[in-house]
Design a protein around this ligand. Structure first.
Ligand code: HMG
Ligand code: MG
Length: 308
């Protein structure tokens, strides 16, 4: 019988660090990437080509991409966020072969995050797609606030589906569905992905679940049960968007690997090495990371207990 498998897209170096006060040096980010690759990570975001005054944590993305792809290029699928032509021009000066555009399902979040309306953002992506086609670069698409927006509240699933369809038609090879503020539960995920599957092949959909309310592993499982096989995860459960107040980290890579290991679903990742990488990040940041499995590790029996 064919074993089930999933692909995890490690977003720890981008989503994970973009909202952290602690600033990692370029050298430290390269070391973090190497620890992740040693743990089996093959798809990972290495940075973002956005305004350094808006997200200073992403400064140095070009150097990181050059170093990591220079060493591991053929072995890994490295990517970077690109919001517009300026970002794409910067990306083209690196060896990156995949970029990710990001749009929102709510007008307010779009304005706060990328300083334009949803329609304007899609128009801006046209030049990104043109350059991508010319330079043989894959484009992934993110949709944010797919369940709710921190400014507008609940978002209509119909709107999400229509935008996912447009991103797919524009040429995104995969659409990552973001619960930006971690508000969805498994039933919401089931309902939305059932609708999405009707317009975008399920093999082209990914889940991007933030864990603000502790639902992210449950949401990952709900999407898996509907046939989704690609999930964005972040080492240690770090993450959050500077323009999504109140949102906390992404679902932790360690927690998702632990869950899929327990179901005999292959991730290609080594939990012990991820736990070692978690310890490294923790020592650099000087604080415990949110990941549950990252905190306690595997089961370690405490000794025999006398039962009366
Ligand atoms: P803007 O201010 O609208 O851009 O920024 P503009 O075209 O009006 O240009 C103004 C200035 O910015 C110019 O410089 C441009 O050159 C410069 P000046 O002439 O004044 O010196 N500029 C840039 N510089 C560097 N890189 C660029 C760039 N574009 C223009 N790409 C922009 C628009 C989107 C760039 C800005 O609003 C921005 O950087 N926003 C930050 C977006 C961000 O990184 N958010 C976090 C990631 S998204 C996320 O976390 C959600 C996700 O995880 C999924 C989920 O959870 O839902 C993906
Ligand atoms: Mg995110």
């Amino acid at each position: 019988m064919k074993k089930s498998s999933v692909q995890l897209v490690e977003v720890g170096l981008r989503d994970g660090l973009q909202n952290e006060k602690h600033q990692f040096s370029v050298g430290e980010k390269i070391e973090m990437a190497e620890l992740l690759i040693a743990a089996g990570v093959r798809r990972l975001e290495l940075g973002a080509f956005v305004r350094p005054d808006r997200v200073p944590q992403m400064t140095g993305s070009a150097e990181i991409i050059k170093a990591v792809l220079g060493k591991y290029g053929s072995k890994i699928q490295g990517s970077a966020l690109v919001p517009n032509e300026t970002g794409m021009t910067a990306a083209l000066e690196t060896p990156v072969k995949e970029v990710a555009v990001f749009a929102s399902c709510s007008e307010s979040f779009s304005q706060k995050n990328i300083n334009c309306s949803i329609e304007e953002s899609l128009a801006r992506f046209e030049s990104v797609f043109q350059a991508a086609r010319k330079n043989k670069i894959r484009v992934r698409g993110y949709l944010s606030t797919c369940f709710a927006c921190p400014y507008e509240g609940k978002i209509s699933a119909k709107k999400v589906v229509a935008l996912a369809r447009r991103l797919y038609k524009m040429g995104c090879y995969e659409i990552s569905i973001g619960d930006t503020i971690g508000v969805a539960g498994p039933k919401d995920v089931e309902e939305l992905f059932k609708m999405l599957k009707k317009v975008v092949p399920v093999a082209k959909l990914a889940g991007h679940f933030h864990d603000t309310r502790g639902m992210a592993t449950a949401n990952t499982l709900a999407a898996y049960q509907l046939g989704v096989r690609v999930f964005d995860t972040s080492l240690g459960g770090l993450g959050g968007c500077p323009y999504a107040p109140g949102a906390s980290g992404n679902v932790a890579t360690e927690d998702v690997v632990y869950m899929f290991d327990s179901m005999a679903v292959k991730t290609g990742l080594n939990l012990d090495r991820l736990l070692a990488a978690n310890q490294w990040v923790k020592s650099k940041m000087g604080k415990e990371l949110p990941s549950k499995v990252g905190r306690v590790g595997r089961l370690k029996p405490l000794g025999k207990v006398e039962h009366r």
